[in-house]
Design a protein around this ligand. Structure first.
Ligand code: HMG
Ligand code: MG
Length: 298
């Protein structure tokens, strides 16, 4: 049987906008985050305290966290690669910090400029500080289904990083298909391997839709008991004009699937469609969400 209830983590304001060529001002991001929280997401990824030289789009993260109107019960998350990021997240009153590593050495080097082992060592003080201050701690594992530099990634490589993030004390661990190459059976195999190290109920599926497989992978993940999924409103991040950019699966499409399956999300699809129209207009283009566009045209 499929789960009767899932948690959708809306990552559009972070993962989506981070990959858009068009840099948006803080006001637009704030409005987006507020609209998404009102739509009912219990978790919105709103910020990333990373080097602005590496990811200029996230440079307004402090302002976004400082100025959003907080909805009680919503968890506002921030990515933090190190203690410098943690301090900024703490000052910004993030509810949850996300340490992010990879299952492939090559991607770890390219994304955060260190090896997997070095990354875990950097996350240790972050994890301790998060616990000390009562913040939720999430771990994200990139390239769990394939790496753009190294190619195949073994199941044990994923299991190993899951175990290390478990040992850090993560409350939740994201298994990410960074480049959207996974297919359905592989999704099940990776999730089942991860669940040998960490409870299935606290694993999240983070699927990019590069090869159009994300919804199939989500369904496959549901079949093995995954009940947390990440998605981006309007499929943000997949701007067709930004070469190489590939978005997360669109939230509207995921919600439409869950509705059809009778799986509770607590999120109002109509409000998400509106939020998708809003942010797409700000970016000066059409939404990438199929369900979003179909519903908007009704
Ligand atoms: P580094 O150059 O090795 O770090 O970068 P460093 O400690 O040597 O510091 C170099 C400079 O960065 C210094 O500034 C630091 O102050 C600054 P300078 O003296 O040169 O002016 N710095 C910072 N600034 C702001 N906030 C910080 C911070 N830390 C250092 N926290 C570092 C290492 C990790 C910082 C860098 O590589 C970085 O910022 N990478 C960002 C990577 C990133 O954001 N990637 C996208 C998010 S992950 C993702 O999208 C995947 C995910 O969606 C899952 C999936 O789909 O796979 C989660
Ligand atoms: Mg991602």
């Amino acid at each position: 049987p499929l789960p009767t209830k899932v948690k959708i983590v809306e990552v559009g304001p972070r993962d989506g906008l981070q990959n858009e060529k068009e840099a948006l001002g803080a006001d637009v991001k704030i409005e987006l985050v507020e609209r998404l929280a009102r739509a009912g997401f219990v978790n919105v990824e709103a910020a990333a305290f990373v080097s602005p030289k590496w990811v200029p789009q996230m440079a307004t993260s402090a302002e976004v966290l400082a100025r959003i109107e907080r909805r009680p019960g919503t968890i506002y998350s921030a990515l933090v690669p190190n203690m410098q990021g943690f301090e900024a997240a703490l000052a910004g009153k993030a509810d949850e910090v996300v340490v992010f590593g990879a299952a492939s050495e090559a991607f770890s080097q390219k994304n955060i400029n260190c090896s997997i082992a070095e990354s875990i060592a950097r996350f240790e003080p972050v994890a301790r500080a998060a616990k000390e201050h009562g913040l939720r701690l999430r771990g994200s594992i990139s390239t769990a289904f394939g790496c753009p530099y190294q190619g195949a990634v073994s199941l044990d490589a994923v299991g190993d990083v899951v175990a290390r993030m478990r040992d850090l004390g993560c409350d939740e661990i994201d298994i990410a298909d960074t480049i959207g190459v996974a297919t359905a059976r592989q999704t099940q195999a990776v999730m089942l391997r991860a669940a040998q190290e960490f409870p299935m109920g606290q694993l999240a599926g983070h699927f990019h839709d590069t090869y159009g497989q994300a919804l199939a992978n989500i369904y496959a993940a549901l079949e093995v008991g995954v009940a947390i999924f990440h998605s981006s409103v309007a499929g943000l991040g997949g701007c067709p004009y930004a070469k190489g950019a590939t978005g997360n699966v669109a939230t509207e499409d995921v919600l439409y699937l869950m509705q059809g399956l009778g799986i509770e999300t607590g999120v109002d699809l109509d409000q998400v469609v509106d939020a998708g129209l809003f942010i797409s207009a700000q970016l000066g283009r059409k939404s990438i969400s199929r369900a979003g566009n179909a519903l908007a045209a009704k």
